[in-house]
Each structure stands twice: as structure tokens, then as C-alpha cells.
Design a protein around this ligand. Structure first.
Ligand code: ATP
Length: 357
């Protein structure tokens, strides 16, 4: 019925071929329907009519599609409106993942995690107050608590000067930068580091830094409210370069912005930010630009549509307040003296951005 009402079919002359239910199974709190996608039909057409599936099956559904078939899961329970961040749960969910991004809980009750090494660049977008910065806080805190500075280095851009104070003086954090003028030199360093890493890959004839004899840290450049960099081509050119070549070099991006700015996201950058987190948006047009249709219907802070590869699903982000994050990070802080000493030890001329050369 949903396929009929949604006019989801492939015409064959006079005839219409609809997706065909191959399997329907009920297990505990969920029902799973597997259906065929008729040959010649674009699976995106089904995704575009997601609302029809919601009209028939309710809001608590999850759809996975490939060219031949679709899997629709229908859950009895929806997502919680608040999900308290639990350090142990996050640690358990990320075992054996190289650079894990803990996104939040999905409808099946699991913590959804993906590996930046496989999916290197992330775009976070949503209206003011929708939960972007809070999600960044929990992602970064989890990374810092579970990876050593030798494994991960962070470059943090806080253009609103509101968010990243709590990450200062950590061995993982190269710095917290507040303006294009502050960001430019450090991103120039990242560019040189990428050149150097590229040379190392050539010399050892390998495809990615994970295969090098010497282990290098992954580098994550994370910028909150990146739209404030519009027109700052010195910075945006490097961000674009990272998005194009960073994957094999172990340099990844997390960019967040309130409204998806079509100009800033024009071209390469948008195409290369393949993972999307769409928090509440003003309208369907904004959701579409982010690539997370349906985000305009979200009304809960910390709720988002996560798109990794082609699968999109609704997620509730863990809630970690500033105070709790501070407490969790306290054991990893360095004293001002230690920071000063390290700065003095660094050479003036480029000697490796990441101090473990
Ligand atoms: N995961 C969450 N669970 C419950 N409440 C949340 C969650 N995330 C955010 N909130 C609530 O929403 C408020 C705003 O969140 P946040 O500052 O992260 O939004 P934002 O999208 O970054 O906004 P802005 O763009 O204005 O900075 C928080 O102070 C908190 O009250």
C-alpha cells in the first residue's frame, strides 16, 4: 500500500512493477521488511518519498537501500529525548576503531559509531540551539579520553569564541584558534605536513599512513561555525585541499555550521564531506542542502539525521554538559609550565607539526 500511495513503481509499457516484499519478520521490539527494488528504478526515488513510509509505518523507522533491495525496520519504541553521556558505554562501543566518532543512539538502541579513517570528513549543520556544539563536545571528549596524543592530534577552530575553552592545555590539542588570522599559519603547517606524509607514502610505496613503518598521529581539524570563514580563501583553500587529499594522509575534517552555506560548500568541499549530521533545520531546502532530508521535522535538541555512506538514520546524541566534560578531561590536562616548556623545545623552522618527530 505504501508503494502504491507513494507511486513508487517502474513502468513497463502499460504495466507497473512495484517493489516486492521478499521477507517480513517480527523480532521483539521491531519488525523488518525486506523488499526488492525493480530493475530500472532509482532507489533514491524511494528515499525521496520517505514520508510515505512514515505515513504508513509511523515515525520510528529506519530504511537501508541499495540498488537491488531495501530493508525497512519498524520499531515499537522511539528514541529517548535525552540520553545521558556514559563514559563506559562510549569506551565499550569504540573498541578497535581507529578514530571513532560516537554519534549517539539509533532506533535499535545501539550506540552508533563510525571510523573517520574510513569516512574522513564530516559536516554538522542545524539551526541555533539544535545541539551541534554539544555533539562536538561529546565526540571530542570521547576521542581525547580514548586515544593517546601520539595517535591523535586536534586543531580546533572556535570562531564564536564560545565552545572549545575546555580543550585547551591537552596533549592532543595543537591549539584552539579564534580567527582566520590565527587559523591560517597552523593550517599552512598542516599543508606542509600533508606534503611530507605524501613523500613518505611514495618512498615506502604504500597507500595510506596506517601502512607506514613509523606510526604517525591522525590529525583532525575541527571548526565550529565554519561559515564565519566565508571569503577567507587562505583558509578555505586549505580546507578544500584537506578534503580532497586528506584521507590517505590521515588528515580529517569536522566542520560545523548553522545554515548550510551553498557558496562556502560549493564544489569540492561539499562533495568530499561525505558524512552528514543534520540537526533541526528551518525548512526542507536546508535539509536537502545538508543531505539529510527530514531534518526539518526534528523538534528535540540533540536529535539529528546521520548519513554515513548512503544510509541515513535518526539518532539521539549523548548529552554531556560542560561541567561534566571538564571533570572527565581534568586528568589529561597539562600545566601551563609544561605547555611553555614544550613550546620552547619546538624549533622555529618546521620540525613536524606534531612534536613527536
Ligand atoms: N544531546 C542533547 N540532549 C539533550 N539536550 C541537548 C542536547 N544537545 C543540546 N541540548 C540542549 O540544547 C541546547 C543548545 O545546544 P547547542 O549549544 O549544542 O546548540 P548549537 O546547535 O550548537 O547552537 P548554536 O549554533 O547557537 O551554537 C543545550 O544547551 C542543551 O540544553
Amino acid at each position: 500500500m505504501a508503494f502504491t500511495n507513494g507511486e513508487l513503481y517502474k513502468s513497463r509499457g502499460e504495466k507497473r512493477e512495484y517493489p516486492y516484499v521478499l521477507k517480513a519478520e517480527e523480532q521483539g521490539e521491531k519488525m523488518t521488511l525486506v523488499f526488492s527494488v525493480p530493475k530500472g528504478m532509482n532507489p533514491d526515488d524511494i528515499e525521496k518519498r520517505y514520508y510515505v513510509l512514515k505515513q504508513h509505518f509511523g515515525n520510528n523507522i529506519k530504511l537501508e537501500l541499495d540498488v537491488m533491495r531495501g530493508i525497512l525496520q519498524v520499531f515499537k519504541e522511539g528514541l529517548p529525548n535525552k540520553l545521558t553521556y556514559k563514559m563506559e558505554e562510549a569506551a565499550a562501543a569504540i573498541q578497535n576503531i581507529r578514530i571513532p566518532v560516537v554519534c549517539g543512539q539509533s532506533l535499535d538502541g545501539e550506540l552508533k559509531v563510525y571510523d573517520m579513517v574510513d569516512n574522513p570528513h564530516l559536516l554538522i549543520s542545524g539551526e541555533t540551539g539544535s545541539g551541534k556544539s554539544s555533539e562536538l563536545r561529546s565526540i571530542l571528549t570521547t576521542l581525547i579520553m580514548n586515544k593517546r596524543p601520539e595517535e591523535l592530534q586536534l586543531i580546533l577552530g572556535d570562531l564564536k569564541r564560545s565552545e572549545f575553552h575546555l580543550f585547551k592545555r591537552l596533549g592532543h590539542v595543537q591549539g584552539v584558534y579564534h580567527s582566520p588570522e590565527e587559523l591560517t599559519p597552523v593550517l599552512e603547517k598542516v599543508r606542509r605536513e600533508m606534503q611530507k606524509r605524501g613523500d613518505m607514502l611514495d618512498a615506502e610505496e604504500v597507500n595510506s599512513i596506517g601502512e607506514l613503518k613509523r606510526k604517525l598521529p591522525y590529525i583532525v581539524v575541527c571548526i565550529d561555525e565554519v561559515a564565519l570563514l566565508k571569503g577567507e580563501t587562505a583558509v578555505t583553500d586549505i580546507l578544500e585541499e584537506i578534503s580532497s587529499i586528506g584521507r590517505s594522509l590521515g588528515v580529517f575534517l569536522i566542520l560545523s555550521m548553522q545554515r548550510p552555506d551553498a557558496k562556502l560548500l560549493d564544489g569540492k568541499l561539499k562533495v568530499n564531506l561525505t558524512v552528514r549530521m543534520g540537526f533541526q533545520t528551518a525548512d526542507a531546502i536546508n535539509s536537502k542542502i545538508i543531505g539529510t532530508p527530514g531534518a526539518e521535522d526534528i523538534s528535540v535538541p540533540g536529535r539529528m539525521i546521520l548519513k554515513v555512506n548512503s544510509a541515513a538514520e535518526e539518532i539521539q546524541c549523548p548529552w554531556l554538559d560542560n561541567q561534566k566534560a571538564k571533570q572527565l578531561l581534568a586528568p589529561y590536562k597539562r600545566s601551563k609550565q609544561e605547555v611553555q616548556q614544550q613550546e620552547e623545545e619546538e624549533h622555529d623552522e618546521y620540525a613536524g607539526v606534531f612534536n613527536n618527530e
